[in-house]
Design a protein around this ligand. Structure first.
Ligand code: ATP
Length: 201
């Protein structure tokens, strides 16, 4: 269970949100919505511990995440913006490197299999800078296949995806939720999942 209680964040003089509370239980997902600049990325970064809130708390399994950073990190897969994919590395190297930084080993065969599932068979050895925006997004999303994590926090995961990849990600999310996972995601696009809750900023 993820619980967010009375969260407040501002940037400079500008309050983005305050008194924000919600929770997410096994099998549930939440859609974070709001206009450009409303604070969706800021909220997701705050939930995962990459930004500090002005007020409020984030709890995982009943305990503040700041008191159990390692456990929370192990339970979490956070996919932020595109820049998390390194242009100078190949997609295979990207997956192996991000997994190593994340504290688990992924061999080349597993990385290739994840890329193949994401529709990128054959692109694994090209430097990522040669891939299209949608292909880069698929490289990033392939990480979801490489490590089991109870909580997926995804910032605009559908951005730049074509219809087939949107469908693939929808199915991935459905399977994750059906197996007791949770997902908190921002998206300007409709999300191809049965209605979850909404966090409107
Ligand atoms: N480190 C920072 N310093 C100053 N302002 C910031 C910082 N990070 C974010 N902001 C500002 O906070 C506001 C919210 O940004 P954020 O990226 O959270 O919005 P968003 O809802 O994700 O937007 P979009 O839909 O365009 O992705 C924006 O006005 C942004 O310029």
């Amino acid at each position: 269970m993820l619980s967010v209680t009375d969260l407040a964040c501002s940037r400079g003089e500008r309050p983005l949100f305050k008194h924000l509370s919600f929770s997410l239980a096994a099998g549930q997902w939440l859609h974070v919505t709001g206009d450009n600049g409303a604070g969706k990325t800021t909220l997701l970064r705050t939930v995962v511990g990459l930004a500090a809130p002005d007020d409020g708390s984030v709890q995982w399994q009943g305990r503040p995440t700041q008191d159990q950073r390692q456990d929370f990190r192990r339970a979490l897969c956070y996919l932020g913006h595109q820049a998390a994919v390194k242009d100078e590395l190949t997609p295979v190297e990207n997956l192996m490197t991000s997994a190593a930084l994340d504290g688990h080993a992924v061999d080349e065969a597993k990385a290739r299999a994840a890329l193949k599932a994401a529709g990128l068979a054959g692109s694994g050895r090209l430097p990522t800078r040669f891939l299209s925006a949608g292909q880069k997004r698929r490289v990033l999303l392939s990480r979801l296949l490489l490590r089991p994590a109870a909580l997926w926090v995804l910032d605009e995961p559908f951005a730049a995806l074509d219809a087939a990849a949107t469908d693939w990600l929808g199915q991935l999310l459905s399977r994750h939720l059906a197996s007791g996972g949770m997902a908190l995601l921002s998206s300007h696009q409709p999300v191809p999942l049965p209605q979850g809750g909404t966090v409107a900023l």
